[in-house]
Ligand binder design. Structure first.
Ligand SMILES: Cc1ncc(COP(=O)(O)O)c(C=O)c1O
Length: 465
């Protein structure tokens, strides 16, 4: 280290990489005040020479500390120490989880919730820091009305690789989530006279959006192959489907049924809206191609989301429009006003292009797979007297179908009071008495929290039964 810093010699036999050793040494000097706010760090070349390491190693260490908020990089004047407490991030590893999630007001096993503790803070901070340093204006102004060009490009590449959808970046429209995307698509596609086909049970906002727009709704019941296909000529002109993983029941639509929908769309000049919001979470077997990828007629609009992979609070999703619909969707977006924030878009593009996104995806998928598997095993062993579960080896929630004499609404009201965010399956359907069960989020909680939640749920069922 240079003369004004206490000596530091990297330990070359240690398992800790040298750049991390440099980070540790600098962090502790900054925290102790040995390196004061505003102090300039030695030039990377000089420090590399002093320590006998490659200059890239020092650059990596400095960049890491910039990302963590310890250092600031200024073009032409090197790296200086930030005021502590301003932008400091946790120094090591993943942030410490709170002892009890319910203390923060969160409910256990809440459906549709990813575990925010797995958010890739460090890698994300690096992407943001890199952008702030190299092209800060991009974070504020680089975003077109339909999304940052690089993000649109990264999404086009993503859906091509992962979902088999060939699309150009200009067919991608960035939204503030899958929910907003559904609203935009319905507003662009549903006609005033036709009906919107909606899966029953299904995602409640779809029905609300269609009703708010004054559309007629045609319920699509489900059988073992997936949603039933409307009869050509019955006035349905748009259907909203979750073919990869039906929400909330789980299960994938069969290949045959997909083809029937494609034929229906071609024959009735209808449109299919494919809501693929959690398709990244398949825990076994090969990914099921998106319906939009096999629809050779170009009548399927694809919707994806980053909320579940990443963070519900990032609020980012997208539409991939077939060629013929780009203009119509663009007009609907203009009419409604784009709501996706500009700031994280360039960072997310950077994150995807550098492979961090896929690293994170692989990590959470592994963790969620274990939680999902364990939840099913526990439900099968401890709840078999009150209901049953199907294992589709995919998705973020699991349904415990209850025996008819146990009322799901009663159970979930009591469970919520006990801190367990189970949803009543019957509330997703318009058919009274057709469904009775609890929808449980498999991803939000670790295995200990899950065990605690299940013991509370078990007690609730016993006390309400
Ligand atoms: C079927 C379905 N579509 C879309 C969404 C919402 O996605 P986003 O958070 O991106 O709006 C959900 C959320 O749980 C969902 O269950």
């Amino acid at each position: 280290m240079p003369s004004d810093l206490p000596a530091f010699t990297p330990d070359r036999r240690s398992d800790v990489p040298i750049f991390e050793q440099i980070c540790t040494a600098l962090r502790s000097r900054i925290r102790s005040g040995a390196l004061a706010t505003g102090a300039r760090l030695p030039a990377t070349r000089a420090l590399a020479g002093d320590l006998g390491v490659a200059r890239a190693t020092v650059v990596t260490a400095y960049e890491q500390l910039v990302a963590e908020g310890y250092l600031m990089a200024r073009r032409g004047s090197g790296y200086t120490v930030c005021a502590m407490g301003e932008v400091e991030l946790p120094a090591k590893g993943t942030p410490t989880p709170p002892a009890d999630l319910s203390e923060r007001g969160d409910l256990l096993l809440e459906a549709g919730q990813p575990d925010m503790r797995l958010f890739p803070h460090r890698a994300w901070a690096k992407a943001v820091a890199r952008l702030c340093r190299t092209r800060p204006e991009d974070m504020l102004m680089g975003c077109g009305r339909f999304g940052h060009p690089e993000l649109r490009q990264a999404i086009a590449a993503h859906v091509n690789d992962w979902r088999g959808i060939a699309a150009r970046p200009d067919q991608v429209l960035v939204t503030s989530g899958a929910t907003e995307a559904l609203d935009i698509c319905l507003s662009a596609l549903a006609s005033n006279t036709g009906a919107v086909g909606v899966e029953d049970p299904g995602y409640p906002p779809i029905r609300r959006f269609a009703q708010a727009q004054g559309r007629r709704i045609r319920d699509l019941a489900l059988d073992s192959q997936g949603a039933e296909v409307p009869t050509t000529g019955d006035g349905t002109d748009v259907v909203v489907l979750t073919p990869s993983h039906q929400y909330p029941l789980g299960g994938a639509m069969s290949a045959g049924r997909r083809q029937e929908f494609v034929r229906w769309a071609a024959q009735s000049q209808g449109w299919i809206i494919e809501d693929d919001y959690d398709s990244e979470f398949r825990y076994a077997g090969r990914p099921i191609p998106a319906l939009a990828g096999v629809d050779g007629q170009g009548r399927t609009v694809y919707i994806g989301s980053f909320s579940k992979i990443f963070s519900n609070s990032l609020r980012m999703g997208y539409i991939v429009a077939p060629e013929a619909l780009v203009e119509r969707l663009v007009r609907a977006m203009r009419r409604k006003g784009a709501r996706a924030s500009a700031m994280p878009q360039a960072a997310l593009a950077e994150f995807m292009q550098h492979g961090e996104f896929y690293r994170h995806l692989r990590r959470v998928r592994r963790i969620y797979a274990e939680r999902h598997r364990t939840l099913i095993a526990r439900l099968r062993s401890d709840f078999s007297d009150v209901g049953h579960v199907e294992d589709y080896q995919a998705g973020m929630q699991v349904v415990l179908h209850l025996r008819p004499e146990i009322c799901d609404q009663t159970v979930t009201t009591a469970a919520r009071a006990a801190g367990v965010g189970a949803e009543a399956l019957s509330s997703y359907s318009r058919r009274a008495g057709a469904f009775n069960g609890v929808v449980l989020g498999a991803c939000l909680n670790d295995l200990d929290e899950q065990a605690e939640a299940l013991s509370r749920l078990r007690a609730t069922i016993s006390s309400t039964g």
